[in-house]
Design a protein around this ligand. Structure first.
Ligand code: FAD
Length: 307
């Protein structure tokens, strides 16, 4: 007979690993599945300076430590690319590329992904000046000139945030006006440290092999190629949740994020969601970990009621 787990955790980022830690420490049988390497987005983070208890820790090192905690109480870990979940009420079938797995409950922790510009230099200088997270990396650009690419709420909000740290913030936008909420636009236009370049298409992110030094863009009105010097480039051209496998469960909002209550419960009993994949205000390691702790405990309560 195939094994039925108390809970399958989909995704081994900080949210999923914490949910697994809490659930396995409560003596539940737990399987963590990931289609990549455990740690999730933390693996793409050179330095984490805002995770309490660590003045500065490398993302991959924090991943190792969280993974060790997650499996310490018996949680199993395995490779698996999850393509869907079927809800049978008191149990769930998790579909993967390698077959089906049965569980009483599921924690979805598949995270989110930032859209990339897809220009030369972007990948090469990721973590060496190119960032998708001002809260994470802004402090590395104290008193330096930085560029924000984008024109929506995130770009403007994060641009304003960066003015508290950087010497100057130049927002490059491909249109002639911002898309962000009016109140954010007003704040941005009033801010002396903010500059704007309109109708501009970023073409390359340039550097010296070690770090970013400038951005080259095309002026869409004149066709001219221009360069702005900067030490950092923050890209805010969109972020999307990884929820395609869960779209038929009726748990997503209009933009594809998973809706939960404050206990991480989705609309489907026995299916929980944590971390960046949720509809939430702040997507960080700390908030994913907090979600994971709550979900691990809620899974325990749910299973006690089932048994
Ligand atoms: P993730 O870390 O995104 O992990 C999700 C996991 O799910 C991944 O391992 C993925 O492989 C797996 N997965 C996805 N789909 C499937 C599937 N279908 N089947 C199986 N597995 C799947 N936050 C901070 O607090 N401080 C920082 O300094 C910081 N710096 C950052 C720097 C960068 C460059 C980036 C990109 C993010 C940074 N963040 C930082 C944000 C932080 O990393 C995220 O908020 C956090 O990792 C979210 O955790 P999570 O568990 O929700 O998901």
């Amino acid at each position: 007979m195939t094994k039925k787990y108390d809970v399958v955790v989909i995704g081994a980022g900080p949210g999923g690993l914490t949910a697994a830690l809490y659930a396995s420490r409560s003596n539940l049988s737990v399987l963590i599945l990931d289609r990549g390497i455990y740690g999730g987005q933390m693996n793409n983070t050179a330095d984490v300076e805002n995770y309490p208890g660590f003045e500065n820790v490398k993302g991959p090192e924090l991943s190792e430590k969280m993974y060790a905690s997650a499996i310490k109480f018996g949680a199993e870990y395995g490779y698996g690319n999850v393509s869907g979940i079927t809800d049978h009420g008191d149990h769930k079938t998790i579909h993967t590329d390698d077959g089906d797995i049965e569980a009483l409950s599921v924690v979805i922790a598949t995270g989110a992904q930032h859209k990339h510009l897809g220009v030369p230099g972007e990948e090469e200088y990721s973590g060496m000046g190119v960032s998708y997270c001002a809260v994470c990396d802004g402090a590395f650009f104290r008193d330096k000139d930085v560029i924000v690419v984008g024109g929506g709420d995130s770009a403007v909000e994060e641009g304003i945030y960066l003015t508290q740290l950087a010497k100057s913030v130049t927002l490059i936008h491909r249109r002639s006006e911002l898309k962000a909420q009016q109140i954010l636009q007003e704040r941005a236009f009033k801010n002396d440290k903010m500059n704007f370049i309109w109708d501009a298409q970023v073409e390359t992110i340039d550097g010296d092999g070690q770090k970013v030094t400038s951005v080259t863009y095309k002026d869409k009105n004149t066709g001219e190629q221009k360069k702005v010097e900067a030490s950092g480039v923050f890209i805010y051209v969109g972020i999307y949740p990884i929820t395609e496998p869960f779209k038929d469960l009726g748990i997503l909002n209009d933009n594809g994020w998973i809706q939960t209550d404050e206990l991480m419960k989705t609309k489907v009993p026995g299916i929980f969601a944590v971390g960046d994949v949720r509809e939430k205000a702040l997507r960080q390691i700390t908030t994913a970990v907090g979600d994971g702790g709550n979900a691990g405990q809620q899974v325990y309560d749910y299973i006690q009621e089932l048994k």
